[in-house]
Design a protein around this ligand. Structure first.
Ligand code: TYM
Length: 311
């Protein structure tokens, strides 16, 4: 059986971009694979500095995973920081790639261009992500378009290591669903935590309505493009055509229709989520991390030997 693996940074509340770009494809694909779903808590330290926010986000991310339909019985749900081999392998990859190579990473370049603080963790983050994937010999990694380059970096890290030390790592391939590769935010640009343009996946009805009402509309058109581009994630174009025809020029009505559809889609998942306790999360992570650790430890015994640090 091929292996499927993906992860999300636990750096705040998940938004519908995370859901349509990564979680939904993961949920649809995981029954056909041996599947792993990671909480990227060490990646979150590139932006979060408050320990209680870090802790809370870990609990929330696992609850979100279960609420969207990931069964801990069928999927290994684990926390990156529980498996020390991730940061260990990331260091080895750091020593194989060059600074100019890492400087090409879009995620890093975009943050720097926006004047955000670039800590060294942000700079080397693609190698930690490469370790996340390569330790488990993952075949397929479902992600949104913004992570495509990071999967290329993982392939590059695998190739560099294999070249230097002999065949060890499998080169993974990304799975990106074209239709939802880049979910737009309330301003029409890519939905992103760092742009403040998100619609929260598990917000209250009021929070979701507030975000949807804030979608930027251009008064010159008949149909509000930014509203439509989010709405089409929830309903087929055939379904939407009569709604947008009837609401021509009335942007508020289109937003209200979107809010209703968002609520209908989120409410059942919100209900599931409310019944997951912190203790449930701790138990799921303990089991998942045990399973993941056994695989990662075995892989690293081979890696340490190959690089020469095992005497
Ligand atoms: P992160 O936490 O920023 O995003 C998690 C997933 O959501 C997708 N995504 C989107 N998809 C479509 N439209 C959007 N607007 C949108 N915004 C986010 C992302 O593409 C991603 O798939 N470094 C990763 C986390 C990570 C990881 C891994 C992923 C760490 N290790 C190993 C896969 C495998 C990140 O920061 O994603």
């Amino acid at each position: 059986m091929q292996r499927l693996l993906t992860g999300i940074q636990s750096s705040g509340t998940l938004h519908i971009g995370n859901y349509f770009g990564a979680l939904k494809p993961f949920v649809e694909m995981y029954p056909s694979y041996e599947s792993f779903l990671m909480v990227a808590d060490y990646h979150s330290l590139t932006s979060l500095k408050d320990s209680s926010a870090v802790r809370e986000s870990i609990f929330n991310t696992v609850k979100d995973y279960i609420a969207v339909g990931v069964s801990p019985e069928d999927v290994v749900i684990f926390k990156q920081s529980d498996i020390l081999e991730h940061t260990e392998l990331a260091w080895i990859f750091d020593c194989l790639v060059t600074v100019p190579f890492l400087m090409q990473a879009h995620a890093y370049k975009d943050k720097v261009a926006k004047g955000l603080e670039a800590n060294a963790g942000l700079f080397t983050y693609p190698m930690l992500m490469a370790a996340d994937i390569l330790l488990y010999d993952a075949d397929v990694v479902p992600v949104g378009e913004d992570q495509r380059q990071h999967i290329e970096y993982a392939r590059e890290a695998a190739a560099k290591f294999n070249n230097a030390y002999g065949e060890t790592f499998k080169e993974p391939r990304e799975y990106i669903n074209k239709a939802v590769a880049t979910v737009p935010g309330t301003d029409g640009k890519k939905m992103s935590k760092s742009y403040g343009n998100t619609i929260p996946l598990f917000g209250t009805k009021d929070e979701i309505a507030k975000a949807a009402m804030s979608i930027l509309t251009d008064s010159s058109g008949e149909s509000p493009e930014n509203v439509y581009n989010i709405h089409r994630l929830l309903r087929s174009e055939i379904d939407l055509a009569p709604i947008y025809k009837a609401n021509k020029g009335n942007y508020k009505a289109s937003k209200e229709a979107l809010i209703e559809d968002l609520e209908a889609f989120i409410a059942p998942m919100r209900y599931v989520r409310e019944n997951i306790s912190d203790t449930d999360v701790a138990n799921i992570l303990r089991e998942g991390s045990e399973h993941a650790r056994a695989i990662a430890e075995k892989k690293m015994i081979d890696v340490r030997q190959k690089v020469g640090v095992t005497l």
